[in-house]
Design a protein around this ligand. Structure first.
Ligand code: S3P
Length: 433
């Protein structure tokens, strides 16, 4: 499936999005480790998060989808059992890394794998700490990538310093530590998204969270509680970008997750001159939530680097698109991790900027983009590199430059299956063929 987008005007309306992907994964994976019943509202029904639900069901978790809700009858980690079948996790890095932490502490053998893209992503970052805790996690092809064979069992707490800021690695260790003997300390120099810590606290876990260290003891009993999943911030960022770039626009996105470890994009957007307001700021199940009202904006280039990078990492394709229409130069630094996402995002972004005629420079740790250097053409042919965020980000270019085709966009179903419907709903000219 390809996206076709055309020049648009006056994006407007109110948008309500499905739940946040990171929080939906964590609800699917953590609630079965609790005791009691819980209902999850506004769960993201997309391929990645369904893979987390299916995997937990394979281990024996009692999970039912009732209308738009997900119902859990949780009986603790001891009720989860090995499965003779390998566990397939599709395109989802969050599923494979987080579940590997859980499986490491369950007695038995497990095999986990995913699609071609997932089997190319680095796993040494979880293999090493989980093995230090006493699990036996092995890359079957000996390349430090999935498929992984995991022999889970009795674990002990460890002290571990995160080499790269990664919420997935941090969460894999925390989930293993929940069922390990003794204390686990995780040192985190640059803070990555903290939804696992927040959800565990909400479910009654005792976690000490210092400035750059997390401590927890194993053997804690978690209590299942209902969860309302705020709307996905990363999906909202596509709407913010679309409205900012399209003339005469004014769009409200309701009840969006506004956890500060996720909202680096809003800070960068504001620094670029982006016009928006936050409304109805409040808390829901230990997460910050609010509505975002965004307007067409005149933008200028900025530098993003350092501690903001993990808080904006998934939105960098959108920063690149905004930068292409901003006055002056945008510099993206310290973002080597972009190479290890669903595609090598430094290369995928560069390929599509080239198709726009934009002047750019690839750097070891990011990109330099010279705004407003695009060439006016009859049509622009972008490629998604089978990466959902690249597909959606470059589709938005058509709202400004007209006649865009993005090839191979099926992977959008992994995170934002309603993308076309939502964009049409606010007056965006988008189609698929
Ligand atoms: C995620 C963490 C990030 C992010 C991914 C979702 C999570 O990955 O890019 O889309 O839900 O924990 P890393 O932990 O690899 O940085």
């Amino acid at each position: 499936m390809d996206f076709i987008t055309k020049k648009s005007n006056k994006l407007n309306g109110r948008v309500k999005l499905q739940g946040d992907k990171s929080i939906s994964h964590r609800a699917a994976l953590i609630l079965p480790l609790c005791h009691g019943d819980a209902v999850v509202k506004n769960f993201l029904f997309a391929e990645d998060t369904m893979n987390s639900l299916k995997a937990m069901r394979m281990l024996g978790a009692d999970i039912k989808i009732v209308n738009d809700e997900v119902h859990f009858k949780a009986r603790g980690i001891k009720s989860l059992k090995p499965t003779v079948k390998s566990i397939y996790l599709g395109n989802s890095g969050t599923s494979i890394r987080l579940i590997s932490g859980i499986l490491s502490s369950i007695d038995g053998y497990f095999a986990v794998y995913g699609d071609d893209s997932l089997c190319k992503r680095p796993m040494k970052r979880i293999i090493d700490p989980l093995n230090m805790m006493g699990a036996r996690v092995k890359s079957i092809l000996n390349n430090d990538k999935a498929p992984l064979l995991i022999k889970g069992g009795k674990l002990k707490g460890i002290e571990h310093s995160l080499e790269v800021p990664s919420a997935q690695v941090k969460s894999a260790i925390i989930l293993a530590a929940l069922n390990a003997e003794g204390e686990t300390k995780i040192k985190e120099k640059v803070k990555a998204r903290d939804h696992t810590e927040r959800m565990l606290k909400y479910l009654g876990a005792d976690l000490e969270i210092g400035k750059d260290e997390i401590r927890l003891r194993g053997g804690q009993k978690l209590q299942a509680r209902d969860i309302f999943v705020p709307s996905d911030f990363s999906s909202a960022a596509f709407i913010i970008t679309a409205a900012a770039l399209t003339e005469n626009s004014e769009v409200i996105i309701e009840d969006v997750l506004l956890n500060p470890t996720r909202t680096g994009f809003l800070e960068a957007f504001r620094d670029m001159g982006g016009q928006f307001e936050i409304l109805d700021l409040r808390e829901a199940n230990n997460e910050l939530i609010g509505s975002i009202k965004v307007y067409s904006s005149k933008l200028k280039g900025i530098t993003i680097e350092g501690a903001i990078i993990p808080r904006i990492i998934d939105e960098i394709p959108l920063i690149a698109v905004l930068a292409a229409f901003a006055e002056g130069e945008t510099l993206i630094k310290d973002a080597q991790e972009l190479k290890y996402k669903e595609s090598n995002r430094i290369e995928s972004i560069a390929y599509n900027l080239k198709e726009m005629g934009i002047e750019y420079e690839i750097r070891e740790d990011g990109l330099k983009i010279l705004g407003n250097t695009f060439v006016v053409k009859d049509k622009y042919n972008f490629y998604s590199f089978k990466d959902h965020r690249i597909a959606m980000a470059f589709a938005l270019v058509g709202f400004v430059l007209d006649n865009v085709r993005v090839y191979d966009c099926d992977n959008v179903r992994t995170s934002f299956p309603d993308f076309i419907k939502v964009m049409e709903g606010i007056n965006g000219k988008i189609n698929m063929i």
